[in-house]
Write a protein that binds this ligand. Structure first.
Ligand SMILES: [Zn+2]
Ligand SMILES: [Zn+2]
Length: 110
């Protein structure tokens, strides 16, 4: 079978093209972050921070994972911060860069 979207061959044991599937779920996750971040930027919601090995990471909305890819578990202490530069400066640099990039997209998409 060939993928109707990207024309790549789909392996026999799979129902869907793995590359397109990954792209779709990535876009769906990204769109969900846009919606949630617009609430944060408007001051109606807060960012979730979890500490892992003395480092503060930002949790992706709707996922037990940080923006930079660290897996969280409920034992990782959770706190909340607003969209405040002094607070954002205290979180992991990769999380901060990603959340700022996605927030920038959210502003444009809104
Ligand atoms: Zn495809
Ligand atoms: Zn991080």
């Amino acid at each position: 079978m060939t993928c109707p979207v990207c024309s790549r061959a789909i392996p026999d044991d799979l129902l869907d093209c793995p590359l397109c599937l990954a792209g779709r779920s990535y876009r769906a996750v990204r769109a969900f972050q846009h919606a949630a971040l617009r609430e944060v930027l408007a001051g109606r919601a807060r960012l979730i921070v979890r500490s892992v090995k003395q480092k503060r990471h930002l949790q992706m909305f709707g996922a037990m994972q940080s923006f930079c890819g660290v897996e969280f578990s409920p034992q990782h202490r959770e706190s909340r911060i607003g969209w405040d530069p002094s607070e954002l400066n205290r979180v992991c640099t990769r999380c901060r860069a990603l959340v700022q990039e996605i927030a920038g997209e959210a502003r444009c998409a809104g």
